[in-house]
Design a binder for this molecule. Structure first.
Ligand code: GDP
Ligand code: MG
Length: 430
């Protein structure tokens, strides 16, 4: 879905004049993409109407920048669609909270349970994990392994086959042990759907969860709405976690899951490791959905944030393949001012910013020759790297890491992205 929306926006960006026809085409394309992703038609209708209203309202005042307003309106509306208008559940310390995870097998429940428990443990809670999946052989071992990794107590059974019983016993035990965040992992067996939903109902009945979390694999696409709705109909789903965001999927299905469960997304799973877990943030998510989390929105941001002269200089350097450490640094500053450090952040925004700060310190210890070289990786001999590390109080590998990030960035910048910038100089920035 993200690619289609991105395509529609891109088309609009490329058009010289944004007239009614281009605007309508763009909206229709976005709508088709959302529909294909099973987002409710009513929601799409509302989105269209809202975007039209916003654009018309501002039309007179901002004839010079309609394109930007449309982009912003699409962005805002998608953020809005991710907000079910219900506050995120906040557990209260000092009383036992039970959180039950549901979702189909393979969606990432067991992994997410452990990540969730670990997240609260790091915040000073006393979590525990209960394995109520007695269906799949090895389920308990998997939970145990994860629990041991994050050092969270766990409960399960190799012999008991009744998941309801195990869930009840586990929750009881950890309540007695004064755990305040009791996480219940469930089975998500395929094929016997009716039995699965009945099982979820029963586990919920005995454990009386404060929150039921629906776990969704980001790559399921169109199936998201039905899957989420099916779970919502059997248990009171109150939150969504979208996993495998490190894969190819942009997670468009999350919009459907929010619509189907009327619940907010609370976390994203971004890898198999226990620390690859991010608190959900709608703006970042929509950026990623629209593709601006990578490079495609870069030129717009440069256009918005930087005076034309400077834009041209920086853009020209990029275009000619003459990117230097200095201009790379400028680009990062631009992106931080506008959207967060997108140029080198694979991890979260915070990590990107911390990295960027480190790079800045190291650049302070560089000579003009080094900063303005178009091939600093070649120029940097060991003696220079030593000097920079010493001067900035960083390790040698930090300097290497920065040079590597620079090299990768340079490789990544495709020439077509620079076209927009060239056009902007010739007056195409209406
Ligand atoms: P469950 O059947 O719902 O309990 O799913 P699991 O937790 O067993 O996860 C299924 C597979 O997906 C496992 O191989 C996990 O390591 C993997 N997995 C879970 N979450 C993520 C994620 O965020 N990113 C990636 N790349 N893999 C994940
Ligand atoms: Mg599991």
């Amino acid at each position: 879905m993200g690619d289609r929306i991105k395509g529609a926006l891109q088309q609009m960006r490329n058009a010289t004049v944004v007239d009614e026809r281009v605007f309508t085409e763009c909206l229709n394309e976005i709508s088709r993409a959302l529909m294909a992703a099973d987002v409710q038609i009513r929601m799409i209708g509302t989105m269209q109407a809202n975007i039209r209203k916003i654009v018309n309202l501002k039309e007179r005042a901002a004839g010079h920048n309609k394109r930007k307003i449309i982009q912003q309106a699409v962005f805002d509306e998608l953020c809005c669609m991710l907000d079910p208008g219900k506050p995120v559940f906040v557990p209260r310390k000092g009383q036992p909270t039970v959180v039950m995870f549901v979702g189909l097998q393979g969606s990432g429940k067991t992994t997410t349970c452990a990540k969730y428990a670990s997240y609260y443990q790091r915040k000073g809670w006393k979590p525990a994990l209960v394995c109520a999946d007695t269906f799949r052989a090895g389920a308990f071992d998997q939970l145990k392994q994860n629990a041991e990794k994050v050092r969270v107590p766990f409960y399960g059974s190799y012999t008991e086959t009744d998941p309801v019983k195990v869930a009840e016993e586990g929750v009881e035990r950890f309540k007695k042990e004064r755990c305040d965040m009791i996480v219940v992992d469930t089975s998500g067996r395929h094929k016997q759907e009716a039995a699965l939903f009945e099982e979820m109902r029963q586990v919920a009945e005995v454990t009386n969860p404060d929150l039921v979390v629906f776990v969704m694999d980001s790559s399921i696409g169109q199936a998201a709405f039905d899957q989420a709705q099916a779970f919502k109909q059997s248990v009171a789903v109150g939150a969504v976690v979208v996993t495998k965001m490190d894969g190819h999927a942009k997670g468009g299905g999350a919009l459907s899951a929010v619509a189907a469960t009327k619940s907010p997304v609370i976390f994203l799973g971004t890898g198999e490791h226990m620390d690859e877990f991010e608190a959900f943030e709608a703006k970042g998510f929509v950026s990623r959905l629209l593709g601006v989390g990578d490079l495609s929105g870069l030129m717009d941001r440069i256009q918005e944030a930087v005076p034309l002269d400077q834009q041209f200089e920086t853009g020209k350097k990029l275009q000619e393949g003459n990117l230097t450490l200095r201009s790379w640094c400028e680009l990062n500053q631009i992106s931080i001012q506008t959207m967060g450090p997108v140029l080198m952040s694979k991890g979260g925004e915070k990590e990107g910013q911390a990295k960027f700060k480190r790079y800045m310190t190291m650049m302070d210890s560089m000579t003009a020759e080094e900063l303005d070289s178009t091939n600093p990786c070649k120029l940097m001999k060991d003696s220079r790297i030593n000097r920079i590390a010493r001067g900035s109080g960083r390790h040698l590998h930090d300097v290497h890491e920065m040079l590597e990030a620079f090299r990768k960035f340079k490789e990544m910048v495709p020439a077509k992205m620079l076209k927009g910038l060239k056009n902007s100089k010739s007056g195409g920035m209406n």
